[in-house]
Design a protein around this ligand. Structure first.
Ligand SMILES: [Fe+2]
Length: 405
């Protein structure tokens, strides 16, 4: 029997599939061990499980956020008994006032954190070079069909670069494509910005000069995660787009020039914008690594270099040598993917991973106009999870991510 206050099945809004039954249970040494019918074992620390009790005393029925004050849980908390219900839920009676918690087996399996489970969660992203075939998707399909949308978003997440084709060339369409994923990130260039030559340009992007491979807004503590660029007209001579995967370049540099790699991942290089109405500055490694030593983001932009004033004098020549080695690598054809955008095409890329460039164009030969916007990486992750969740709720076949041919 469920206790009267047990109204929630899980401490979230998700629907969890029960793919494996619990066939064994015991507790000792601070952990509850569950054996699943495929032989895998999940161990949960007492405080971990107790904190995530889904009952309405511990989690709000409305928000699903915790209302339990975890500091009220005694350090010597132990289970008094473990049981399985007829439908395979785990019931734990705890020593703190004999509180009763009922756990959904699908939720427990999905939230396991033993070595085998953590390895399952670890998706290493493939990196790419000049031979990469740009993942291309139909605008109408991704806007209307969730399975196509999932393929598109999974490609963007894995490879950091995708293209849509047959996109209507109306101003503002980039905003509706972005809303298919999440909230646009505004900046000093506005919510949506138009990339064309402007007499009062506040960025080299608004001149007709070529732009070397770069990330946008390296002057900010958090660079925009995603960038959308929708080609409305590209009739001018020149103006070809180039992309490069810095995670791949980093991997090659680590192997071929380890001392350079060490410097570009450690020294903080300063960037500043030059607009006369805003003054953004930030200094960070050109390739920033996460705590596991894997690339987290790149910060590359030769037209926004600020004077290096943040290093001891003796470091400066080394810093220049390392920075220029990375910049030279971005010029190597083995890393560069070329594509001349046509009207009705839209590229979406991870601005913190994939560099973009355009060659010089000649406005006297025809018009060139793009519209773009930014978004945080979180929006993409959230959209992917929401599609997976909706799919579980409909009880349909699991969604399959895009894999490059
Ligand atoms: Fe840019």
């Amino acid at each position: 029997m469920l206790s009267t206050y047990q109204e929630l099945e899980t401490p979230d809004f998700d629907t969890w599939i029960i793919s494996h039954d619990i066939v064994g249970k015991n507790f000792a040494d601070g952990q509850i061990s569950l054996t699943w019918h495929d032989g895998k074992i999940s161990n949960f620390h007492y405080l971990w499980l107790r904190e995530h009790c889904p009952c309405s005393l511990c989690h709000s029925d409305v928000t699903r956020e915790q209302i339990l004050d975890v500091l009220t849980l005694p350090n010597d908390l132990v289970p008094v008994s473990l049981e399985l219900t007829e439908n395979g839920y785990l019931v734990v009676i705890w020593s703190d006032g004999h509180h009763k918690s009922i756990y959904h087996p699908g939720w427990l399996r999905a939230n396991s954190y033993d070595d085998w489970a953590r390895q399952d969660q670890h998706h290493k992203k493939p990196t790419w070079d000049a031979s990469f075939s740009l993942p291309i998707f139909e605008y109408e399909a991704v806007m209307e069909d969730d399975r196509s949308c999932y393929k598109w978003l999974s490609a963007l997440d894995r490879y950091g670069l995708v293209m849509l084709k047959n996109v209507p060339t109306d101003l503002g369409t980039v905003g509706s494509v972005a809303s298919r994923i999440g909230y646009v990130k505004s900046s000093n260039f506005g919510e949506l910005f138009e990339v064309e030559t402007k007499p009062d340009a506040d960025s080299n992007a608004y001149l007709s000069v070529g732009l070397p491979l770069h990330t946008d807004l390296p002057t900010r503590e958090i660079q925009p995660g995603l960038q959308f660029l929708h080609c409305l007209i590209n009739d001018a001579d020149g103006g070809e787009s180039i992309f490069a995967d810095t995670f791949h370049i980093a991997k090659v540099l680590e192997r071929e020039q380890p001392s350079i790699y060490e410097l570009i991942t450690r020294l903080k290089f300063p960037f500043s914008n030059r607009a006369d109405y805003r003054d953004y500055r930030f200094a960070a490694p050109l390739i920033e690594l996460d705590r596991d030593g894997a690339p987290l983001e790149a910060r590359v932009n030769t037209f926004l270099h600020a004077p290096i004033t943040n290093m001891p004098h003796e470091c400066v020549p080394k810093a220049y040598e390392a920075r220029n080695a990375l910049l030279k690598a971005t010029l190597e054809d083995r890393f560069r993917l070329y594509h001349r955008l046509q009207a009705g095409e839209m590229v979406i890329f991870d601005n913190r991973r994939v560099l973009h460039a355009r060659t010089e164009f000649f406005p006297n030969t025809g018009a060139r106009k793009l519209q773009g916007c930014y978004m945080d990486r979180d929006e993409l992750k959230s959209a992917i999870r929401m599609l997976e969740r909706a799919n579980r709720q409909r009880g349909e076949e699991p969604l399959s991510p895009y894999v490059s041919p």
